[in-house]
Ligand binder design. Structure first.
Ligand code: SAM
Ligand code: SF4
Length: 453
């Protein structure tokens, strides 16, 4: 799961109001006066993007118009990530700027939501900055009352309707996490795993597809741990893949990933053939210290099953470098695993101590210059592999799903069925498919020519 998102998102079809720079409300003016405006800023993973979609729905229903700059906003919602310390630093910077805008009489209200809201850190932030509302990940529904809507019912399983009508939508199938990885704050801020009933998920997907959604991403911290009433993740994925024209899922945990799920990815034409399976380390000693619950060999075996079942698929992972106690030998083992698995992409993180996690109290830190060197070595190894694998795609004709329409340079961003990101010269709209020949490739992206008629 990528955590590098920090962007205002628009996921609900909205009417454009007359106010310049303003995305209009859906016709529920809050007052007879000027339209109130709100800006949502999202930090972190797809779960947060999806939570922001739900909050966006609430503010639009309450008559707010969405804007994308703080200067234009009456209400600013910072929906935050707490996974690494630099995420908190960034939010502090935003809160400082918002304090200044408040003093100048521009921004009127600030809400802090998401994982920082659910953590002890929020009390410190409230002491230092002007914040009107703090919500964690379990009580996002309280935003409704704050923006003037009727009080909503508490819901641990997020079965609020998705963002119907858009070409792609996230569908949360479970919340929380039952693992206790040494370094990770997620169980503390998102709680234990709660799974949505199968029929409830399938109904939401059917509704979305009926309203125009063409791409459904199933979400969960350990999405493949989903189970309900005797059904397991593979059963749910198969049902969804029968209903939706295009499906992906993230993030998976190696201990929960069943071989039959990997085979299903290869068999079902509607599932994007891309697996994101975070490994974190290639050293059994570190995997044990991290409480990951598997050994490197088991991970390699799973990847073998995936490569056999989905020969043209792409594989990505998460790796942490510099966890307390990581030795040179552990690092060498990670480099070896990177070579063996030939990842197409990896999110590589330098260990960041999170207050309240086991790893933060372990001692035996790795020196920053060593962490930096290891980070670059892993990055280089991943990029070399990815570049070589992407080169094999040059001159192939691919069916590309357009995810983001073209910008000024005339290039749209799309995705192949094997999960490669592609830049393609087309004015096709998001949700359309185009066929194009791959002309060149870098380590992260393929570049296609004009679509083939
Ligand atoms: N549930 C997913 C899993 O177990 O693979 C990961 C969710 S976590 C939000 C995303 C990634 O952030 C993790 O896979 C891990 O690599 C990284 N991460 C989490 N805590 C971290 C920490 N304290 N320092 C550095 N990276 C961290
Ligand atoms: Fe965090 Fe581990 Fe749960 Fe992933 S599986 S969310 S890394 S505790």
């Amino acid at each position: 799961m990528s955590d590098a998102i920090e962007t205002p998102q628009t996921a609900v079809p909205v009417r454009i109001s007359n106010k310049p720079g303003v995305r209009g409300s859906r016709g529920h003016p809050a007052s007879m006066g000027e339209t109130r405006t709100a800006c949502i800023r999202t930090f972190g993973c797809q779960m947060n993007v999806h939570d922001s979609d739900r909050m966006r729905r609430m503010i639009l229903d309450a008559g707010y118009a969405e804007v994308h700059s703080y200067e234009e906003a009456d209400l600013v919602i910072l929906n935050t990530c707490y996974v690494r310390e630099n995420a908190v630093d960034r939010v502090r910077g935003h809160l400082g700027e918002l304090n200044r805008l408040r003093r100048e009489g521009r921004v009127k209200k600030v809400a802090l939501t998401g994982c920082i809201g659910a953590s002890g850190e929020s009390a410190d932030l409230q002491r230092r900055y002007d914040i009107d509302l703090v919500l964690g990940t379990h009580n996002t529904y309280e935003l409704a009352e704050f923006v003037g809507l009727p009080t909503m019912r508490e819901t641990y399983t997020p079965d609020l309707p998705g963002t119907g009508g858009e070409h792609s939508a996230f569908v949360t199938i479970m919340t929380g996490c039952n693992y206790q990885c040494s370094y990770c704050i997620v169980p503390a801020v998102r709680g234990r795993m709660v799974c949505r009933p199968l029929e409830n998920v399938v109904e939401e997907v059917e509704r979305l597809v009926a309203s125009g959604t063409r791409y459904v991403t199933l979400l969960g911290q350990t999405v493949d741990a989903w189970r309900h009433d005797g059904s397991r993740f593979c059963d749910l994925l198969e049902r969804v893949a029968d209903v939706a024209p295009r499906v992906w899922f993230t993030t998976s945990h190696p201990s929960n990933m069943e071989d039959r799920t990997l085979r299903l990815v290869g068999e079902k034409g509607t599932i994007v053939k891309r697996l994101h399976l975070p490994v974190q380390s290639g050293s059994d000693r570190m995997l044990n210290i991290m409480h990951r619950g598997y050994k490197a060999e088991r991970y390699r075996r799973k990847i073998g099953v995936f490569r056999d079942a989905v020969p043209d698929g792409t594989l990505s992972t998460d790796i942490i470098v510099g966890h307390p106690g990581e030795t040179e030998e552990d690092h060498e083992n990670t480099l070896r695993l990177v070579q063996d698995c030939a990842f197409d992409a990896a999110y590589i993180f330098k260990f960041s101590p999170r207050r309240g996690t086991e790893a933060a109290g372990l001692g035996d830190p790795v020196a920053p210059e060593v962490v930096q060197r290891r980070f670059l070595q892993v990055l280089r190894a991943v990029e070399q592999n990815a570049f070589a694998r992407n080169q094999r795609k040059v001159s192939c004709v691919e069916e590309v799903y357009v995810r983001h329409g073209s910008t000024e340079d005339g290039k749209a961003i799309g995705e192949t069925w094997s999960g490669h990101a592609v830049h393609v010269r087309t004015d096709a709209r998001p949700g359309d498919y185009v066929k194009a020949r791959i002309e060149s490739a870098g380590p992260h992206v393929l570049y296609a020519g004009e679509p083939i008629a």
